[in-house]
Ligand binder design. Structure first.
Ligand SMILES: Cc1cc2nc3c(=O)[nH]c(=O)nc-3n(C[C@H](O)[C@H](O)[C@H](O)COP(=O)(O)OP(=O)(O)OC[C@H]3O[C@@H](n4cnc5c(N)ncnc54)[C@H](O)[C@@H]3O)c2cc1C
Length: 337
């Protein structure tokens, strides 16, 4: 465990990335203030389905192909991380992929070649590599764990300007510290030069409030998924590149419902609510983690795997704050574009 007993840190953004970083810094003894312009979980992290899916993401998401080892290493940080937090809904539930046989054969072969465990179950493919958590529970646990630490706090406010040692809120309040970490998702553009490489990807999904499912695997097709959840099963999700609005689109939600009904027949006619969030993406799909040219630290560009990557992102940012960058961290460097 890294020691940060002399550090006063300001973390801007209380999504998966900011909350994980704040918690790790606080665990190391830092006094941390988290600032967010919105209430807890009113962000992409609160909307997300909560899959921690190194296998099927590396098979189905074009930007994640070839990243199974990285995503798997990120997933493997979760059990100890969750253990230190309390309830997050972490389940090693596995995932079942339904797809035409020709596609399944190719995906099975490429997963096995990457070292992922998987097996054919009837007409589907099962992998135990993919897990899930409950995003809103996890955000609440992260907040609770932070506030239990001495000298740590959370406050609402929009950060309008930053320096290496301060964050100025829109109302003029200046928060001072030894390190400022921006974990603003697709917000905060203009607060650091490297954030200009981010583009938005809007995501809509459906939640089925009457289908509170706590057991069973994630169900996936080539274009959709159904994730069990105690808040009601979740079916997702659209990938709308270049869109940063939160408007719900009836046609898109209807398509998600048809796919959900194919994966889990009871859902086709079940009551559902639409939700939308905005993911931030870099040109290569990997996040920006490290120290900006303007002296603040960045944790942004989580794209569609921010929950999966959160504990790993926290470790990389902690190393950057210590000035101790590992060779493997180069893949996240801010200067790579
Ligand atoms: C539909 C959908 C489904 C998804 N499913 C999954 C999944 O199954 N598994 C997975 O791993 N990932 C999933 N994701 C992706 C995941 O949600 C994101 O990668 C992750 O939430 C990003 O976390 P973040 O902390 O970077 O950003 P966010 O969650 O967006 O948090 C950023 C925070 O910064 C705050 N902020 C921004 N600017 C300012 C400012 N100037 N001042 C103060 N506060 C500010 C915002 O209010 C916000 O709370 C999904 C995303 C979507 C949209």
């Amino acid at each position: 465990m890294t020691e940060f007993t002399d550090l006063k840190a300001i973390v801007v953004g209380a999504g998966a990335f900011g909350s994980a970083i704040a918690f790790e810094l606080a665990r190391g003894g830092a006094r941390v203030t988290v600032v967010d312009e919105r209430p807890l979980a009113h962000n992409a992290s609160g909307i997300a389905a909560g899959m921690l899916a190194p296998a099927l993401e590396s098979a189905l998401d074009p930007a994640s192909i070839g990243h199974f080892p990285l995503l798997c290493a990120a997933r493997d940080l979760w059990p100890a991380f969750a253990e230190a937090l309390g309830p997050t809904g972490l389940e090693r539930c596995g995932a079942l992929l339904k797809a035409p046989q020709a596609e399944l054969a190719g995906i099975t072969a490429s997963l096995q070649e990457a070292g992922a465990r998987c097996e054919r179950v009837g007409e589907a493919l099962f992998t135990p590599e993919d897990w899930r958590l409950e995003p809103r529970l996890a955000l609440a646990a992260l907040r609770h764990a932070l506030l239990r630490r001495e000298g740590c706090s959370a406050q609402e406010g929009r950060v309008a300007a930053v320096t290496a040692r301060s964050a100025t809120l829109a109302d003029g309040t200046v928060l001072g510290g030894d390190a400022v970490i921006l974990a603003c998702g697709y917000g905060g553009l203009g607060l650091a030069p490297e954030l200009s490489t981010l583009t938005p990807i809007k995501g809509q999904l459906l939640r089925f409030p009457d289908a509170q499912v706590v057991e069973g695997p994630i169900l996936r097709s080539l274009v959709g998924y159904v994730v069990p959840s105690r808040d009601g099963a979740v079916a997702g999700a659209t990938m709308e590149e270049g869109r940063d609005d939160l408007a719900l689109n009836r046609d898109a939600l209807d398509r998600l419902k048809v796919e959900a009904g194919w994966l889990s027949p009871g859902l086709g006619l079940a009551r559902s609510n639409g939700h939308a969030g905005v993911r931030a993406a870099t040109p290569d799909g990997l996040p920006l983690l490290g120290r900006s040219r303007n002296g603040v630290y960045l944790a942004a560009g989580a794209r569609r795997n921010g929950w999966l990557l959160a504990p790993l992102a926290a470790q990389v940012v902690m190393r950057a704050i210590e000035g101790r960058v590992a060779a493997a961290d180069a893949m996240f460097s801010l200067g790579r574009f």
